[in-house]
Design a protein around this ligand. Structure first.
Ligand SMILES: NC(=O)c1ccc[n+]([C@@H]2O[C@H](COP(=O)([O-])OP(=O)(O)OC[C@H]3O[C@@H](n4cnc5c(N)ncnc54)[C@H](O)[C@@H]3O)[C@@H](O)[C@H]2O)c1
Ligand SMILES: [Zn+2]
Length: 360
């Protein structure tokens, strides 16, 4: 049975994204991707071989630029943005041309940012090829690059016009990346869609076997949560902060491991474990609900254990953008599908929660 194509709208009337999710989108990309001139600047990486080949074939004869970039996190820099700009400008890019990013979150963050500043902004499209970018990174309009002072410090809000999420684009995605990205998809369910979380409790083994129906149900459900939240709060002044569930300690775990020890989604999984513990203490989350979330996380793992020594975590937590003298803001669960921001959780409580997380 083939799954039907789903459509989700994200954003506002002036900055809208059409998200299409389902099979067959790679080969029919030419009819769905946006470009006023009909010309495209293709930006890809070496990882998602099959997806890149299929989009390239679908856009044959319309490519002004066909550029492969290095998509390691170390290359998520202004230097790589310059590479894209050089290729585009020397090929004579115009404002009515559009960029297409085919790859994971690194490719869409860098290429989307290049699109945001080329000629003061040209339209772009995303063809995500990881679970994390289908559920999260390609939707919402945040683009940008890292700086030596920290991750994602240079960027712009510039939503893609179209996102095409075809399960075939995941072909070749390593198991570890596949599972890490699903943590972000489940995060969306836990903050805003208890029905989705309940369904995945039943279907997780099929999802992990990459069975198209249940996998698309999860990815589309997560994309819908993200689209809904960013449409309401495009610039992260309020509700969008809920998407940071698991990210306060998650970022500290990631940074204390030098960004090499844990994949982002794995660090978030540990951050969620700790946030569950804080939630049971502070919001009245039932131990039963917390246990169900923790159980799904264990079934996604096992993940490498994070650094939990207070002395190693403290500097990264204190540097958190949400830190004040009274504590650090965090997202806690009240129940599965319902989250809230707690404005000032004392540093010591975070460190204690980190120390209490046991192996998943
Ligand atoms: N803009 C946002 O809202 C947002 C949200 C979440 C994450 N991000 C960013 O996304 C990045 C992480 O992205 P990611 O998790 O998608 O992973 P990624 O882009 O780092 O890719 C992971 C690895 O998988 C490879 N790969 C990708 N697709 C493949 C495929 N189909 N087959 C084989 N290999 C493939 C890549 O080459 C890479 O080696 C981070 O830089 C993060 O900051 C951005
Ligand atoms: Zn994340």
């Amino acid at each position: 049975m083939t799954s039907p194509l789903r459509h989700i709208s994200a954003g506002s009337a002036t900055a809208a994204t059409d998200v299409w999710i389902g099979p067959g989108l790679l080969d029919t990309a030419a009819s769905r991707l946006f470009s006023s001139s009909g010309r495209f600047l293709l930006v890809t990486s070496a990882g998602p071989l099959a997806a890149v080949e299929r989009v390239r074939r679908a856009l044959a004869g319309r490519l002004l630029v066909d550029l492969e970039i290095d998509d390691r996190e170390e290359s998520k820099t202004l230097g790589t943005v310059s590479e894209i700009a050089n290729a585009a400008l020397s090929a004579g890019v115009r404002r009515d041309d559009a960029l297409v990013a085919v790859g994971g979150g690194v490719v869409s963050d860098v290429a989307g940012f290049a699109a945001a500043i080329l000629l003061r902004g040209i339209p772009w499209n995303a063809v995500p090829t990881t679970t994390g970018s289908m559920a999260d990174a390609a939707i919402g309009g945040k683009t940008g690059v890292d700086h030596r002072e920290g991750k994602n410090l240079l960027g712009a809000f510039h939503p893609p016009r179209v996102v095409l999420a075809d399960p075939a684009a995941l072909d070749g995605l390593p198991e570890r990346e596949f599972r890490a990205g699903l943590v972000e998809a489940l995060k969306a369910a836990w903050i805003a869609d208890s029905g989705l979380s309940g369904r995945v409790e039943e279907t997780l083994s099929s999802v992990l076997a990459r069975d198209e129906g249940p996998l698309l149900d999860l990815l589309a459900g997560a994309a819908a949560v993200k689209a809904d939240i960013v449409s309401e709060d495009p610039r992260e002044s309020d509700r969008r902060r809920l998407l940071n569930f698991g990210h306060t300690l998650g970022h500290a775990f990631e940074a204390s491991g030098g960004y090499r020890h844990l994949r982002h989604g794995e660090a978030v999984a540990w951050g969620i474990r700790a946030a569950l513990d804080l939630s049971v203490r502070r919001t009245g989350l039932s131990a039963e609900a917390g246990g169900r979330v923790a159980d799904l996380l264990s079934r996604l793992g096992p993940f490498p254990a994070p650094e939990t020594a207070p002395a190693r975590l403290e500097p990264f937590l204190s540097r958190d953008k949400k830190a004040t003298a009274r504590g650090i803001a965090g997202v806690l669960l009240e129940d599965i599908g319902r989250a809230r921001v707690e404005e000032a959780i004392p540093l010591q409580e975070w460190l204690d929660a980190a120390a209490r997380i046991s192996l998943p």
